[in-house]
Design a protein around this ligand. Structure first.
Ligand SMILES: [Zn+2]
Length: 285
């Protein structure tokens, strides 16, 4: 992806270097969905780790690659995040404008180790996340190293991760996240799980929409970029992660979708670039 020297978003809060304080249990997070996912994963994995959204299950290695710290030096991770966020502002701003709706840009917080948000205090171990309570995306750049170790290589894999979280912001603006949370409160865990998967797959499809439009507008893709994003969606599929953790694949415990599903919906968004093609809930109706 061509990103060096391109315009950067000003909606970024850099909280690297500061600690978020004592880790406490969240009362609600991600509109309740995040907590629910954490709880389920806790139950299925039997570990005290909070896996959310992208986490591979181990906390990112603190600045092993220099990803997270600025130290007054070149800050590639920070710069990259700001460029991708700016791109999403352009893409989603245009899409909303076409429907005569003003796009409310989210803030993005870059942090290390743990962070305080309207969703509580969250450890890096949960991976990047979106908090609907304050409409902010939270990313510890250390996650990118972890993604790399998991096989999600390349800069466009990172762009996909950011665009996926942005997808959750869109769902929040559309009222979809709230609706799903309310429905989940009235159903069994297995059924609620299935809805979480739909929500995550839609965020993948929305990430694809970003790819579609940003390429159309700026031609920033380089050879292998699309494959990098699709491959990243594949390696963080639930089945792939369960296998990687040395466990049998248990579809009932999926919260984000299988590798195949995630790659499929990302590709769907990439191909059509249209929100109407991202109805991952269609066959449930
Ligand atoms: Zn997600």
């Amino acid at each position: 992806m061509r990103w060096k020297g391109r315009p950067q978003s000003t909606n970024v809060e850099d909280r690297r270097g500061g600690g978020g304080g004592f880790m406490k249990r969240k009362s609600t997070s991600l509109g309740g969905i995040g907590f629910f996912i954490m709880l389920l994963l806790f139950l299925f994995f039997g570990q005290g780790k909070s896996l959310l959204d992208f986490s591979g299950g181990s906390a990112p290695q603190t600045q092993s690659s220099g990803d997270g710290a600025t130290n007054g030096k070149q800050d590639d991770a920070g710069e990259f995040i700001k460029v991708v966020l700016k791109d999403t502002e352009t893409v989603w701003g245009n899409i909303f404008e076409k429907s005569n709706v003003k796009y409310q840009q989210p803030k993005l917080v870059i942090f290390n180790n743990r962070v305080q948000s309207a969703c509580g205090v969250t450890s890096s171990a949960v991976g990047p996340f979106y908090c609907p309570g304050d409409n902010k995306i939270y990313i510890d750049p250390g996650f990118f190293s972890e993604l790399n170790q998991m096989g999600g290589k390349g800069d466009f894999a990172k762009a996909y991760v950011i665009a996926h979280e942005l997808g959750h912001h869109i769902q929040s603006l559309q009222g979809i996240s709230d609706k799903v949370t309310r429905m989940q409160q009235r159903m069994s865990k297995t059924k609620a799980n299935k809805l979480s998967v739909r929500l995550e797959l839609q965020a993948d499809c929305y990430a694809g929409i970003y790819v579609h439009h940003i390429e159309k507008k700026y031609h920033i893709l380089e050879e292998g970029d699309l494959e990098e994003a699709i491959n990243a969606a594949y390696v963080i599929g639930d089945d792939h992660m369960q296998k990687r953790a040395g466990m049998g694949v248990n579809a009932a415990s999926f919260t984000h979708g299988s590798s195949k599903q995630r790659a499929h919906w990302l590709k769907t968004g990439m191909l059509h670039g249209s929100v109407s093609k991202c109805d991952t809930f269609a066959d449930l109706r």
